[in-house]
Each structure stands twice: as C-alpha cells, then as structure tokens.
Design a binder for this molecule. Sequence first.
Ligand SMILES: COC[C@H](NCc1c(COP(=O)(O)O)cnc(C)c1O)C(=O)O
Length: 322
Amino acid sequence: RVGAEPFHRVTPLLESWALSQVAGMPVFLKYENVQIAGSFKIRGIGHFCQQMAKRGCRHLVCSSGGNAGIAAAYSAHKLGIPVTIVLPEGTSVQVVRRLEGEGAEVQLTGKVWDEANVKAQELATRDGWVNVSPFDHPLIWEGHASLVRELKESLGTPPGAVVLAVGGGGLLAGVTAGLLEVGWQHVPIVAMETRGAHSFNAALQAGRPVTLPDITSVARSLGAKTVAARTLECAKECEVLSEVVEDREAVSAVQRFLDDERMLVEPACGAALASIYSGILWRLQAEGRLSSTLASVVVIVCGGNNISSQQLQELKIQLGCS
Ligand SMILES: COC[C@H](NCc1c(COP(=O)(O)O)cnc(C)c1O)C(=O)O
C-alpha cells in the first residue's frame, strides 16, 4: 500500500562531547546527515510525494538547490512515478549525476533556485504533473515534524533550545509544527542563516517576506531569495531567534565539525553548527535572549549532499578561513 511506511528513517540523537566543551553546556546533535537521501528533506518531501501519489499524481517535478531534488528523486523512484528535476545552472556535477542515478530527468536552467523554480512551475501545469516545492507546503512541514517527535522520544524532557538552519523555511515550519504537537512550544528555536542567503532575517526585520536581490552566500542550499510566508507565523507561535553568520564562519564550522565528529556536512549545515563554534548561543545568553542556565541544546545537523573534501578546501581558500 502506497504511503504505509514513511520513506525517512529515525536518525541518531547523540550528545557531542566536543561541542558540549565548546558550548559549555550539553549539546545534542540530531544527525540528519545520515538520513535517507542525505539530508532531513526526505521527511517532508517523502510525505508530500506519497500523499500526491495517493491523489493520482503521474509525474513529479521539483526545482531544487540539490537536496530537496535528491529527496524528490528518491521518493519518485520508490513510488514508481517519473520525476523531472529543474536545477540552477551552477549545480555541481556530483548532484546532477546522483539525481540521474536515482532515475530522474534533470533540466539545468536559471542562475539561482528562484529561476529554476519558475520553469518547474511551468512544467507542473501539465495534466497529472505535480510540483514539489523544496520548502513551501503544509505536507512538507507535516513530514518534517516527525523530527521533533523523535526528539521527544529520545529526550523525554524538552531541550533548552533547538538550533536549525533556514533556507526557504521548511525545516523551521516543520520543527515549529512538531514543537506545538508535542507540547514543547515554549522551547526557543535559534534560526541560523548565512549572510547573502538571510531571507528569513530580512523578512523578520521587515515584518513581511522580503526578496533578496541575489544569493551571494556559498551556502547554496540556503539559497531561496524569498522565505516561505509561513515562517513569519512560526515566529509568532514560537520563540524564534534569528541569527546571521558570515560564510567564513559557516565553512570554518564545517571544518571544525569534520575534525570534532569526523563527518563532512555542507556550509548550509555549518551555519547551524556556527551557533556553537562562533559563540552565538553564548552571546544570546549574555544578552539575556536565551536563558543563561540552559539544560541542553539540540542542533539539527541537516547534512546535505553538495560537499566534498575538495570543495571544502576550495571554500577555505576562497574565504580565507583557517
Ligand atoms: C534552495 O534550496 C532549498 C533546499 N535546501 C534546503 C536546506 C536547508 C534549509 O532548509 P529549508 O529552510 O529550505 O527548509 C538546510 N540544510 C540543507 C542541507 C538544505 O538542503 C533544497 O535542497 O532545495
């Protein structure tokens, strides 16, 4: 039966000795980097695709910086439905190869995700075709909420804060939905972005979704110029602290995490880890915006496929980080 079992897996939640030392408090890492299809995306995208298959969808199309596209290709493969992935021209060869390996038809168009998305929406007007948004649909948020149910299962008691990265805001919307569902709506969310992809921070400042003129951050997976409108409602329903770090800090965090935990993640994930490595949590506590006596903090290691040791070396040279 379609949709009987979700496509995602339960991921480990492990206390990190190294990051706890840096943070001066217990840091628990939710390892979505070992999730099916390489990032947390499969939780929401898989759920969305299963529901669409139930409703008679015959062809899936997705515009993605990479990870949502891989999750959509994996889901389509599992469902036996053809899928077209529309990607920005600069997408790495390894992602294109991975998508074609999952059986997807890949089209490269546009400079950034928003332009590829216009093309995907055009294709989706065909009969029986459904566009899989990388981050902006209630079914995606519903699927991502499974992550918080797993946190509740593992921790029992609520963490002092949950740290996550924001691109289009799907993970933020899903975690908010999950916190409300398990009764942890008082747990603050630290929403991390890199400068040059800080569309959520800009929206919060303006009180409405803002479209950035361009994406200039190396964290391409955070590269949605306009954040989902739903994220502004999340900021009213939960306590959401929006923080922006420089690319250099995100890439330095990737390197430190590689040495601390021997795992390689994208700069998008480095943005979340920079909350620890760049002392953002410590500063929020010093400013009184986070309690100075947090019992623990959970950092969602969102993962991502779009990184290699060579790309990390090139990024470190490009950004001049240690
Ligand atoms: C343009 O890209 C949006 C989306 N990446 C989103 C993404 C995020 C941010 O998640 P969001 O806030 O978009 O739900 C964090 N961490 C990783 C590794 C990601 O791939 C995609 O793959 O299409």
